[in-house]
Design a protein around this ligand. Sequence first.
Ligand code: PGA
Length: 257
Amino acid sequence: MTGRFRRLFVGSNLKMYKTNRQTLDYLVQLQQLTRDIPRAELTLFILPSYTALADVCRASDPDLIWIGAQNMHWEEQGQFTGEVSPPMLREIGVRLVMAGHAERRQLFGEQDWMVNRRVLSSLEHGFHTLLCVGDTAEDVRAGVSQDHLRTQLETALLNVCCEHLDRLWVAYEPVWAIGEQGIAAKAEFANEMHAVMRQVLVDLFPQKNGDIPILYGGSVSLENAADLICQPQIDGLFIGRAAWDAENYNRILRRVL
Ligand code: PGA
């Protein structure tokens, strides 16, 4: 295992796939298939849809798998039709909250200041928090990927307290690498971007010395997972499509352990 941690972080965002029943079946299968893998050095997580969260939290073994939400409003309550609040997620046993996924930014107009509100609120409410950032294809063409990542991180992490940093994880998810049209980043390129992000984290929080897990996401597959995880700056994998089948998720895991 490389990376900075003696622990590997591997998770899947289920996006708007799988009903409650389907997610429960997937959870049971994933827990069975991976039960023998010691968790002392692995944090395994899934982010189901809101409708599946309560049942999945109840059915999951917290020693085997962490359950997280794909998004959360920053206020505790209020006139915010269609939104879900921190106490609602807390009560059902959610441990992890994601903020700033590329699809939220691109399809739902989420801006850096909103991601910052979500990150602050999530950490203040005691959740582990997975902040996603990523450059676009235009950034790559214009040669500004690193600047964009720096801005996203600096804005999303504005006013985060040091005592909350132990619960912060970050994911590098290049927008051009995500989804069916995506092309996975080359392992060396991803490593370079992780190093840039690590430096931004050191600059923001010198006392942490960069000890914040940085996961890579975007077209991770059985074929490229091992190459990615061998990189010294990559602490984990954040997987979409390739992990929605529990058997394939299990195969990927065993390749990277
Ligand atoms: P993908 O999704 O692995 O299907 O590209 C990754 C993500 O959106 O987190």
